[in-house]
Design a protein around this ligand. Structure first.
Ligand code: BTN
Length: 330
């Protein structure tokens, strides 16, 4: 089930409450400023409360924020990113099937480079290799970025690594937690996955129309479902505190933009260098690899210039991994 993007008037309501955070704002004033009825204001306040936005109702006086909200509505995200290219346009959903799916649809309708789709909840979040992405309401970041890079489709995998490095840096600067990147771009904290990235593209054989970088970060989950507990965690579970999703998302978009420009200026070598510095999987890691129906074990030997992972298999052959997955062997 896909419901439409968030009404921009809800965004204005949140913005109005934030601008007046220290005072009680009368319901009729809110209603007239954003151009809806008082009952709609009440309905939307309830909706925001369901997402964890703490709004106190003062009978006959109005509404007041109890603390700054952690919803990823466009006005709050954009306020963190003045002059940004990536995030200059943010489209927010309370709930959607998959932000990647929306981004691909909007991209096909000419959504510009740098458009970001973000959702509080996904009902069919997509993961790599046909898996699902667990997308608990208001706990994680579920964002997809539309990019229109001037490169051929065959060169696009480097952007997948770029997104991993950006997520690594964003998590470190917004939370202080240091992560590790498992090739190609899973972000692990204390050995468990906190962030996954699904890159999808629309291209002809020799022409790339767009890339969608879909990024999911487990931020404030207080527990993980049984089937994921062994392999996945959240930043809150590891850091022992609640984090601002807004700060992490803003940092992430800034870092994607920074690395995107680094790539335009310096080429693949810069991303290969940054990725290798951020990942213990780059070199000398004993791993099990699964790719194209084949399974083998071996030791990693760095990235090649395109971002493919070199692995020396136990039988002596060198494997160049361009897709698939690896796990650490201890
Ligand atoms: C993985 O399997 O590791 C990739 C997970 C990617 C999840 C994100 S959440 C936002 C975007 N929308 C999706 O449907 N998937 C990606």
């Amino acid at each position: 089930m896909t419901i439409g993007p968030t009404d921009h008037k809800i965004d204005r309501l949140v913005h109005l409450l934030v601008r007046n955070a220290t005072v009680v704002v009368p319901g009729p004033k809110i209603a007239s400023e954003i151009g809806v009825s008082r009952s709609t204001v009440w309905e939307w306040i309830e909706k925001l409360r369901e997402l964890g936005v703490a709004i106190k109702g003062h009978p006959r006086h109005g509404y007041q924020l109890e603390k700054l909200p952690d919803v990823l509505v466009p006005s709050l995200v954009r306020a963190e990113l003045p002059n940004a290219e990536i995030g200059h346009k943010v489209i927010h959903y309370f709930r959607t099937e998959s932000t990647n799916r929306v981004a691909l649809e909007l991209g096909a309708q000419a959504a510009p480079h740098g458009t970001v789709i973000v959702a509080e909840e996904q009902t069919a979040g997509r993961g790599r290799l046909g898996r699902c992405w667990y997308s608990e309401k208001s706990s994680g970041i579920y964002a997809s970025i539309v990019l229109r890079p001037p490169m051929p489709p065959a060169a696009a995998p480097i952007l997948t690594l770029l997104a991993g490095v950006a997520a690594h840096d964003a998590v470190r600067s917004a939370t202080g937690l240091s992560g590790d990147i498992r090739w190609p771009n899973d972000l692990l904290v204390n050995g468990k996955k906190v962030c996954g990235i699904l890159t999808e593209m629309k291209a002809e054989v020799d022409r790339l129309h767009m890339i969608v970088l879909g990024i999911g970060i487990n931020v404030n989950h207080t527990s993980m479902p049984d089937e994921l507990r062994e392999i996945a965690t959240s930043l809150a579970l590891e850091g022992g505190r609640h984090y601002s999703r807004l700060q992490i998302l803003a940092e992430l978009l800034r870092d994607v933009e920074r690395y995107y420009h680094m790539h335009l200026n310096e080429g693949n070598a810069a991303i290969v260098r940054e990725w290798s510095a951020a990942s213990s999987y780059a070199d000398g890691k004993r791993v099990q690899l699964k790719a194209g129906g084949c399974e083998a074990s071996g030791i990693t030997e760095g990235l090649d210039a395109s971002g493919a992972l070199k692995i020396r298999r136990d039988d002596g052959r060198q494997e160049l991994l361009v897709a698939g997955e690896i796990t650490e062997l201890r």
